[in-house]
Design a protein around this ligand. Structure first.
Ligand code: GDP
Length: 473
């Protein structure tokens, strides 16, 4: 379904508390849609406007006054008037700033509901902003990302997306695709006359150009994801190798964010630190061993899952131990099974034995990897370790990179699909296939790109996106 941008539609009035639940100095209760000024007039009496109703106020006016439920005063408040289309939703809106307490806000919301508003669904305000063409889908998602951002980088990428960098790029791509499609459609209209409005050579060049541009965006995803989420770094090794000690030492000075991930168990914790503008998301996993007691199974499985998800693995071993054959086997196994994951062998407790150097050399020879000696406990070798972590992930993630990036899985998948159908289109042109077939592929590409910004609306996608929002956003 192709969506037309038209004058804002005023939906039925909705209301919600926009601020978090709990005790605070102030809270905001907002309403949007047809008739919200009339509703405001029934419950709000301005203090200094000698009877002028709120509905007579110009857009962007703030009024101080009192809120009433019939004859009962509820609170003193400030009411802010937004007139369509100059509001967040592009509808008429009133934002009421009242005192922040769960009971006060409950009463204020209730009086709006009693006077004709319906309780807003999660993300409904943003959804209306999108449906009214105030923002595109990417920007709507950016608002969601911004609210949920746990790191400076994630926040900054969301702001970039809200500003419209990616939207512009995709719109331009879509325009070019439309151009190619239009010429092909014309040919189809005149199919009996066997006309070619554009040479196949030219078309092929255009399609190639489009494909490589889509490819660049697809390729930016890994970078974009790392930028938002950080380099997923797993610290693994036998119990007592010093994983927790290393984790704490690394997080020590440069701890950026303490994140409480849902589903965190005693098996692993996850925290981030930033070194030289790269964010590392560290996980401390349960010990890895082949033979383990039953009780440890869940933890072991999780460790392997973490390895599969990691961008960088710090394989920690206790160099004070004489026997490290088992570790060498595990290292080789990881290298075989996860060839694209970066692996750094770290020999911990280098302070505890004089044989550290010799043992490290052995391990290096047997695994073919370089081995870095540290003492997590005495914080020795940590600078070298961090430097090496940066070198190994060089280019994967840089906070200062301002280019347009794809950060969302949804966008990535749509772009991958677009890339596929453009590749098909290119091949079909090469084979001098029928115009209809080429046109079909190009139209699909158009749909895939349109899905991202919301030019092509898919109800299911909209539900997925807006359900993630909270009520009141
Ligand atoms: P984990 O089971 O791998 O998380 O290991 P821990 O971090 O709990 O460390 C196990 C033990 O090794 C603790 O008693 C630590 O104090 C000790 N340890 C950790 N790092 C070092 C180190 O660099 N040198 C020495 N001598 N002991 C260490």
């Amino acid at each position: 379904m192709e969506k037309e941008r038209s004058a804002p539609v005023q939906g039925e009035p909705i209301a919600a508390v926009a601020t978090p639940v709990g005790v605070g100095a102030l809270a905001i209760v907002r309403m949007s849609g047809e008739g919200v000024f009339a509703i405001a007039d029934r419950i709000f009496v301005g203090a200094r406007d000698s009877g002028t109703p709120l509905s007579a106020a110009a857009g962007y006016t703030a009024r101080f006054g009192r809120l009433y439920d019939g004859g009962t005063m509820l609170d003193e408040a400030v009411a802010l008037v937004f007139r369509s289309p100059h509001s967040f939703t592009a509808e008429d809106m009133v934002e009421i700033t009242c005192h922040g307490g769960p009971v006060v806000t409950k009463h204020v919301l209730q009086v709006l509901l009693d006077n004709g508003c319906r309780l807003a669904e999660p993300g409904e305000f943003t959804r209306r902003a999108f449906l009214n063409g105030r923002i595109d889908l990417l920007q709507a998602e950016a608002i969601g990302e911004m609210i949920h951002a746990r790191s400076e980088a994630a926040y900054r990428t969301a702001v970039g997306q809200l500003k419209g960098g990616l939207s512009e790029k995709l719109d331009a791509l879509r325009e070019r695709l439309l151009g190619s499609c239009a010429l092909l459609e014309l040919e189809l209209d005149f199919s009996e006359e066997d006309l070619e409005f554009q040479s196949r050579g030219e078309l092929s060049e255009q399609v190639d150009g489009l494909r490589s541009e889509v490819e660049r965006l697809v390729d930016s995803y890994q970078h974009g994801r790392l930028l938002c989420e950080g380099v997923a770094t797993a610290i693994i090794g036998r119990p007592n190798a010093g994983k927790s000690t290393l984790l704490n030492a690394l997080l020590g000075e440069e701890r950026a964010i303490v994140s409480h991930m849902p589903g965190t168990t005693r098996d692993y914790i996850e925290e981030c630190f930033v070194h030289d503008k790269t964010m590392f998301r560290l996980t401390d996993t349960a010990g890895l061993r082949e033979a383990v007691e039953e009780i440890e199974h869940e933890g072991i499985r999780r460790s392997y899952e973490k390895i599969a998800q990691a961008d960088l693995i710090l394989f920690l071993l206790d160099i004070g131990e004489e026997n490290y054959e088992e570790e060498i086997t595990t290292i080789q196994k990881i290298v075989d099974e996860y060839p694209s994951t970066k692996l750094l062998v770290v020999a911990n407790k280098a302070d505890s034995t004089e044989d550290a150097g010799e043992r490290m050399e052995n391990i290096g020879e047997e695994t073919g990897l370089s081995v870095l000696g540290i003492s997590a406990l005495h914080e020795e070798g940590l600078e070298e370790l961090k430097r090496e972590m940066n070198v190994m992930t060089e280019g994967l993630d840089k906070l200062h990179d301002a280019s347009v990036l794809v950060t969302s899985m949804r966008h990535y998948e749509a772009l991958r699909n677009a890339q596929d159908v453009l590749r098909n289109a290119g091949e079909l042109i090469g084979e001098q296939a029928e115009t209809e077939l080429v046109a079909f592929e190009l139209r699909s590409a158009l749909d895939y790109v349109g899905e991202i910004t919301g030019k092509v609306v898919n109800e299911e996608v909209l539900n997925l996106i807006f359900d993630r929002f909270c009520i009141g956003k």
